[in-house]
Ligand binder design. Structure first.
Ligand SMILES: [Zn+2]
Length: 425
C-alpha cells in the first residue's frame, strides 16, 4: 500500500508516468503502477514537475515594501539605504512573521527550496536570529539555505567581517559577499580572497553578489574565478547577478568566459530585479543589465534564474512564483527558441537545485517525494500560462491545492468553458 499515487501526469521530458510515494520518498516511477494507495491524485493531461527552486532571495527583507517608505528613485543604492533604516527598527518577531507569510506563498506555488541571503551587517544580528528561527519552522515543507551576506561590505563597517563569522558560527551555511560595494576595487578583490579562504577552511559553499552594477570595469568575477581555482572550490561557488558583464567589452568577455567555466563557477542572474534596477543612470538607449546568459550556457557554465526580491526596498512587486522569474528571464535574454524556452523551465527547477547543492532532488526512485502538478501540458506552456498549481507535494505530504484556471464564457455560439492551453502540434 502506497501513501500517495500521482497518476498519468506528463513529466517535463514529455513522458507520461505514474509516481508512487511511500513516506517522504518516491517509491516507484513507471508508465503504469498497479497497487493501492491511501490517496490518489489524477494528473492526466497535466504537467508533473519536480519542485521549483529559488537560488537567490532575501527573506529577511521580504514583504516590507513601503517600510519605512517607498524607494522613490528605484535604484539599488536607495534600496540599500532604506534597508539600513528598516533593519534597525524591524523586530525579530516582525521579520519572522513576514518570512513565514512569504513561505506560505512559496508553498502554494510549489517553490520548495530557497537560498536566502541574510544581512550580517548590524551588530545585533536580529536578521540572522530571525532567519534561523524561520529555517527551523519551515523545515518540514521548505528547504531553506542561508547565506551570510555582509550587505554594507565586509570591510566598510568596523564589525563587518567579525559579524559574518559570528553568523557562520550561529549556523548560517553559505559564505556571501559584495565586492563591488567595498570602498575600492582593491578592497573588493581582497574581500573575495578572504571570503573564499573562510569558506575553504570551513568546507562551505560561496555565493557572491558579484558586479551588480552597470560599470563595465567592475571585474570582480575574474578575481572570484581565480580564488575559486586557487582554493580548490570548483563547483561550490556562485556569482550572483554579474550585471556588469552586460556592459563589458566583447574582447574581454571572450577571455573571461573560459576562466569562469574552468573554475566551475555557476551564475545566477535575477531578471526581475536586474531589469528594474540596472540602467537607471542611462538616458537612451537604456541597457537591460542582464548578464550574458546564453553565451555562458554555450560554454557549459551552469546558469539558473533567481528571484532576489518580493515586495521589499528594491522591488515593489513579486509573487513567489519562479515561473514569473523564468518568464521575465526568457524575454530579457531573448530565449525564444523552443529549446531555450524549455531550458528556462529547467533553470528554475533542476539547474537551480544542482547549483545550490540540493540532495535527493528530482523525479526518480529514491528521491525526496516533492513535486508539483501544474494546470499545463508542458514546461513551455507552463512558462506561457504561469498556471494554477493543482497540487503541491512536499516530502510525501500534499501541502497545497488550487482549482484550475478555467473561465466560464457567456458568448452565443462559443464554448462555455475556456482553458487557454496551446494547440497541440
Ligand atoms: Zn540579492
Amino acid at each position: 500500500m502506497f501513501d500517495l499515487l500521482v497518476k498519468g501526469g506528463t513529466l517535463p521530458d514529455g513522458t507520461v508516468a505514474d509516481i508512487a510515494i511511500t513516506g517522504d520518498r518516491i517509491a516507484e516511477i513507471a508508465p503504469k503502477i498497479e497497487g493501492e494507495a491511501r490517496e490518489v491524485i489524477d494528473a492526466s493531461g497535466d504537467l508533473v514537475s519536480p519542485p521549483f527552486v529559488d537560488p537567490h532571495f532575501h527573506l529577511d527583507a521580504t514583504l516590507s515594501y513601503g517600510l519605512p517608505r517607498v524607494n522613490a528613485s528605484g535604484t539599488l543604492l536607495e534600496g540599500i539605504s532604506l534597508w539600513g533604516e528598516l533593519r534597525e527598527i524591524a523586530t525579530v518577531e516582525e521579520m519572522v512573521e513576514r518570512a513565514l507569510q512569504y513561505c506560505d506563498w512559496a508553498a502554494s506555488t510549489g517553490l520548495l527550496a530557497i537560498r536566502s541571503h541574510v544581512d550580517t551587517t548590524p551588530d545585533h544580528l536580529n536578521t540572522v536570529t530571525a532567519m534561523l528561527e524561520v529555517r527551523e519552522k519551515v523545515k518540514d515543507y521548505i528547504d531553506l539555505q542561508l547565506v551570510a551576506f555582509p550587505q554594507d561590505g565586509l570591510y566598510r563597517t568596523p564589525t563587518g567581517r567579525e559579524n559574518l563569522i559570528r553568523a557562520l558560527d550561529m549556523g548560517v551555511e553559505v559564505v556571501g559577499g559584495i565586492p563591488h560595494f567595498e570602498r575600492t576595487m582593491a578592497d573588493g578583490a581582497e574581500s573575495l580572497a578572504d571570503l573564499c579562504e573562510i569558506a575553504a577552511e570551513r568546507g562551505l559553499r560561496v555565493d557572491i553578489h558579484c558586479d551588480e552594477t552597470d560599470d563595465p570595469m567592475s571585474r570582480h568575477i575574474e578575481t572570484l574565478a581565480f580564488e575559486t581555482q586557487r582554493l580548490g572550490l570548483q563547483g561550490r561557488v556562485v556569482g550572483s547577478h554579474l550585471t556588469s558583464m552586460h556592459s563589458m567589452d566583447n574582447y574581454y568577455v571572450s577571455k573571461l568566459l573560459p576562466l569562469i567555466a574552468e573554475a566551475g563557477i555557476s551564475a545566477i542572474p535575477n531578471p526581475l530585479i536586474n531589469i528594474v534596477l540596472q540602467g537607471r543612470h542611462d538616458t537612451f538607449p537604456k541597457r537591460r543589465g542582464l548578464t550574458r546568459v546564453k553565451e555562458m550556457q554555450s560554454m557549459g557554465i551552469p546558469v539558473g534564474w533567481g528571484q532576489d526580491c518580493v515586495l521589499d526596498p528594491w522591488y515593489s512587486l513579486g509573487t513567489a512564483d519562479m515561473l514569473d522569474v523564468a518568464f521575465m528571464g526568457m524575454h530579457v535574454a531573448q530565449m525564444t527558441h523552443p529549446e531555450e524556452m524549455a531550458r528556462c523551465f529547467t533553470m528554475v527547477t533542476e539547474t537551480n537545485a544542482r547549483i545550490i547543492g540540493l540532495e535527493d532532488y528530482g523525479l526518480k526512485k529514491g528521491a525526496k517525494a516533492s513535486l508539483v502538478v501544474l494546470d499545463a501540458a508542458s514546461p513551455v506552456d507552463a512558462l506561457r500560462l504561469r498556471p494554477a498549481r493543482l497540487a503541491v507535494v512536499s516530502k510525501g505530504k500534499v501541502i497545497a491545492r488550487a482549482p484550475r484556471g478555467d473561465s466560464g464564457l457567456s458568448i452565443p455560439g462559443r464554448p462555455e468553458n475556456v482553458r487557454r492551453r496551446a494547440p497541440r502540434r
